[in-house]
Design a protein around this ligand. Structure first.
Ligand code: MN
Length: 491
């Protein structure tokens, strides 16, 4: 495991004519709290409503309105902090971050600068199978989202939709511990898995419910840190990686030409894959932060905290360790299985009472492979976990071969039904009866004397006979038995 001060692997350096460069990457992820109502008002957070229908007087910043803190949102922030193995601050407070935006009627965002609810923590990421890196968490704070300006409805006007205004966000700030686009993507993937396990955010990047601001700078490997630029609002793994790569190369180009990188906030163009200046970077003091006088500080009760701790589900790292320790799965397979809570649960159900490794192979290759190919979510999988458990059980018992098992799975997928009944009714049971197989083999050898004679000198030719027997048995002969008898007769 690597710590924060590590230098990137050589493979992750960008090499130019002047030598090697290393990328230094930190992420600020905005994760929308999975709450039905907003952070300081009772207005709904439901997605896709008609514009400006989910706006309370507080969200619209009418004079004299007062914010009331949503306790559920506080609880979700604490749960997420616990999942990040982070310091939970017993005292936190809200500040006003002043800035003007047409879609922010208050003229300030209520956020937490000086006293965030969650302090330092850690997230383990796996950019490559078998490689684990600890990425430091700097803080997690609660803040409000702004509304949305809509520029493409009218050629001459911009419309404002305040439905999103006041929705609770958790801003999760990492330390600059990542060294490649791949590591940044692995970080977001893991963070998304974690909040989904915890149920604190749905992690839906397409809807913008989880989006990342990326801080990138470059330096000579292990050298002095460079000036960073921030790229705002990236909402897919692909864009995150593209933006980092483009930005690092842009900065290297400037430095190699003898220039200096200006600290600024940039936007990523998803069409061209380039970043461009949005605004020169402001510092915290430009926002004139001050404690929001309308809100009391948040003080957490120890009993309340203990109750939340006790209610946490088994999280991905712990689940992975258990799959390796108790089920004997490989690190890689366990890692893939636990990245999605529903998939992990599906596997566990299919593996119940079965050979765990066989079940893992089956679920990973056949079931998840099919889901990927067909673009079907696990929740909509037409073959239940229990049905797959039955298929695995029949493979283990030698009732069906692996090949027939795939056929049975296909039938279950397209027609539905109980795998055991399908095998029974369609006569798919594997033929393990040695006598029956021997009879088939004798017939094939008798029909192909020249081929049979060749096998003694060319043992590889045995495979042809295996194929013939399997074909004659329509895939039902036990391949192991077929091989054994053929060897005895021909070698
Ligand atoms: Mn923010």
């Amino acid at each position: 495991m690597f710590t924060a001060e590590r230098i990137a692997d050589k493979a992750d350096w960008i090499t130019t004519q002047t030598g090697d460069w290393e990328m230094i990457i930190g992420l600020e992820v905005h994760a929308q709290v999975a709450s039905k109502s907003k952070l300081f008002s009772g207005a709904s957070t439901a997605y896709g409503a008609a514009p400006n229908t989910h706006v309370s007087l507080v969200d619209a910043a009418m004079p004299g309105m007062l914010p009331v803190l949503n306790a559920f949102c506080v609880e979700q922030a604490v749960r997420t902090g616990l999942g990040l193995k982070a310091q939970i601050n017993r005292f936190s407070r809200f500040d006003r971050k002043n800035y003007f935006y047409p879609d922010l009627p208050q003229g300030y965002q209520i956020s937490q600068l000086y006293h965030p609810i969650v302090g330092e923590g850690e997230l383990l990421i796996e950019p490559e199978p078998g490689q684990t890196i600890a990425v430091g968490i700097e803080r997690l704070h609660l803040e409000q989202d702004a509304g949305k300006s809509i520029h493409d409805l009218d050629p001459d006007a911009t419309y404002v939709d305040l439905n999103r205004c006041g929705v609770a966000l958790m801003e999760i700030v990492s330390k600059p511990d990542m060294r490649s686009p791949r590591e940044a993507a692995a970080y977001v993937r893991k963070l998304r898995a974690l909040v989904r396990y915890l149920g604190t955010c749905d992690g839906d990047m397409e809807k913008g419910n989880l989006r990342a601001d990326v801080n990138v700078s470059v330096r000579r490997p292990g050298g002095k840190l460079g000036t960073r630029c921030e790229i705002k609002n990236l909402n897919s793994m692909r864009f995150i990686q593209q933006a980092i790569d483009y930005e690092a190369r842009r900065q290297i180009g400037i430095l190699e030409a003898g220039g200096t990188v200006e600290q600024e906030t940039r936007l990523f163009n998803t069409e061209t894959g380039e970043t461009r200046t949005m605004r020169s970077k402001e510092d915290a003091h430009d926002y004139r932060y001050f404690p929001d006088p309308d809100l009391l500080p948040v003080k957490l009760d120890e009993d309340w905290l203990a109750a939340i701790k006790a209610s946490l589900p088994e999280l991905p790292d712990e689940k992975k360790a258990r799959f390796v320790r108790e089920f004997g799965l490989s690190d890689y397979d366990a890692g893939v299985l636990v990245m999605d809570r529903e998939k992990a649960a599906y596997y566990e159900e299919a593996a119940e009472g079965n050979d765990k490794k066989l079940a893992a192979n089956w679920v990973l290759n056949e079931v998840f492979g099919k889901l990927n190919k067909e673009g079907v979510a696990i929740a909509d999988c037409p073959v239940s976990a229990a049905a797959n458990g039955a298929i695995v059980r029949m493979i283990s018992a030698g009732t069906i071969s692996g090949k027939i098992a795939k056929q049975v799975f296909e039938i279950c997928w397209t027609e539905g039904g109980d795998p055991e009944k399908i095998v029974e009714e369609r006569g798919l049971k594997q033929v393990t009866d040695t006598g029956a197989i021997e009879a088939m083999i004798d017939e094939i050898i008798a029909a192909n004397p020249a081929q049979a004679a060749k096998v003694k000198d060319k043992p590889k030719a045995l495979g042809w006979f295996v194929g013939q027997v399997m074909q004659a048995s329509r895939g039902k002969a036990n391949p192991k038995t077929v091989n054994e008898i053929l060897r005895k007769k021909l070698l």
